[in-house]
Design a protein around this ligand. Structure first.
Ligand SMILES: *Cc1c(COP(=O)(O)O)cnc(C)c1O
Length: 378
């Protein structure tokens, strides 16, 4: 309310804590969790979620995709280990030493630069060697290329290999996906090679939420899993399987700003995109595509909950949208729920993913800052 927002994204913090514990129980006591906070923590909000993980879930290390996010966490007072797992533009490398961050290493250019920065700062720089196993995004292949990098690290002397990691390209698609199995084999080769060169990295990690859910060999080989999806409480597999028993912790909603009746032949919104053939009651809702809500959801008659009834959107504009409330008792001022429960009805993230044909990372990651994040502890 204090922020005068038209729409909200409410997070049940205790449920996230329980989900974190559910994931920890599922993976067992020998593997820890690196919570991933990329994309504004998939829309949940970067700093509040980082604080939750570090202060209430026992996370000792956090992962960001970008230096910008990692520095934001340091400036917010978070002193846990932070690893930036995404590619880093070279001109941002000074932040790694200045803010005591950890970063990927897979190439000689970065090694030289980082070593120089570390020398200037009078300390060592902590790196996680990224093994190229098949994603072909960032990484170095085991064998000769990795040997040359290891030799360079030894020569430079002030880069500390604190971790080794890789990332599966297909782990969300199928249990025991053969490509993921091959990626794991290559990852093991890389880790072995680094150990044989005399290093003993503290962080070995290759599983995201999905891989941690099915790939127990890869999980057991690792010291940590990297998870965003599952620790929040969302299912990780593309087909909807979710073996952990997670509970969705969020509610996304807005408010009814008008309710009125229309007669056959009347239209709703720009371009007369929706024309009714029967008498209808239409509600105007205080959320639109400028809030970062997937436009197709509202334009193609995706679901919305009003007064405990599941009904449909009829269209959307930049800041407002329309819902069919024919036969539903409702009034100006009340909530319309896009994600969450209302009475006996529920719209889940999975429902939304199916409807939009898009992943929740995208659908939530684009939700804008003017949708108020409400962190509930009750
Ligand atoms: C996004 C990301 C993760 C987290 O993935 P989830 O499936 O949400 O757990 C882990 N590792 C890397 C490299 C990522 O990019």
């Amino acid at each position: 309310m204090e922020n005068y927002c038209n729409a909200y994204f409410k997070v049940d913090m205790n449920e996230v804590i329980r989900n974190y514990k559910r994931v920890q129980d599922y993976i067992g006591p020998n593997t820890d969790i690196i919570p991933v906070l990329k994309g504004n923590c998939y829309g949940y909000g970067l700093v509040p979620m980082a604080k939750l993980y570090a202060e209430h879930c026992g996370a000792k290390i956090l992962a960001n995709a970008a230096v910008y996010e990692a520095v934001s966490l340091r400036r917010a007072g978070i002193d846990a280990d932070i690893v930036v797992i995404g590619g880093i533009p070279q001109h941002l490398l000074p932040a790694i030493t200045a803010y005591n961050l950890q970063c990927p290493l897979f190439d000689a250019v970065t090694a030289h630069r980082l070593s120089k920065l570390a020398t200037e700062a009078g300390k060592s720089a902590k790196v996680h060697i990224k093994i190229e196993t098949g994603m072909n995004r960032l990484g170095i292949q085991p064998g000769k290329p990795l040997k040359e990098l290891i030799d360079l690290v030894k020569y430079l002397g002030n880069l500390e290999i604190i971790g080794v990691y890789s990332h599966f390209a297909t782990s969300t698609a199928d249990y025991y996906d053969s490509f993921a199995l091959e990626q794991f084999r290559r990852f093991q080769d890389g880790v072995l090679q680094i150990r044989e060169a005399g290093f003993d990295p503290r962080y070995i990690h290759c599983c995201n939420s999905a891989a941690a859910a099915w790939f127990s060999e890869a999980k057991d080989f690792s010291t940590h899993i990297r998870s965003c999806t599952s620790v929040l409480g969302h299912m990780a597999m593309e087909d909807g399987r979710e073996p952990i028993g997670l509970v969705e912790p969020c509610e996304i909603g807005a408010y009814i700003t008008n309710v009125h009746d229309i007669v056959p032949g009347e239209s709703v919104g720009y371009g007369r995109a929706f024309i009714t053939e029967k008498p209808m009651t239409v509600a105007t809702i205080s959320i639109g595509f400028a809030d970062g809500i997937y436009p197709g959801w509202m334009r193609k008659q995706g679901p919305v909950l009003i007064s405990g009834t599941k009904t449909r959107f009829l269209g959307c504009c930049m800041d407002q949208s329309f819902a069919d409330v024919t036969g539903i008792s409702c009034e100006i001022g009340q909530k319309a729920i896009l994600i969450g429960k209302d009475g006996n009805e529920q719209i889940t993230t999975w429902d939304m993913e199916q409807f939009c044909g898009n992943t929740f990372e995208y659908l939530y990651g684009t939700i804008g800052s003017r949708v108020e994040r409400i962190y509930s502890w009750v």
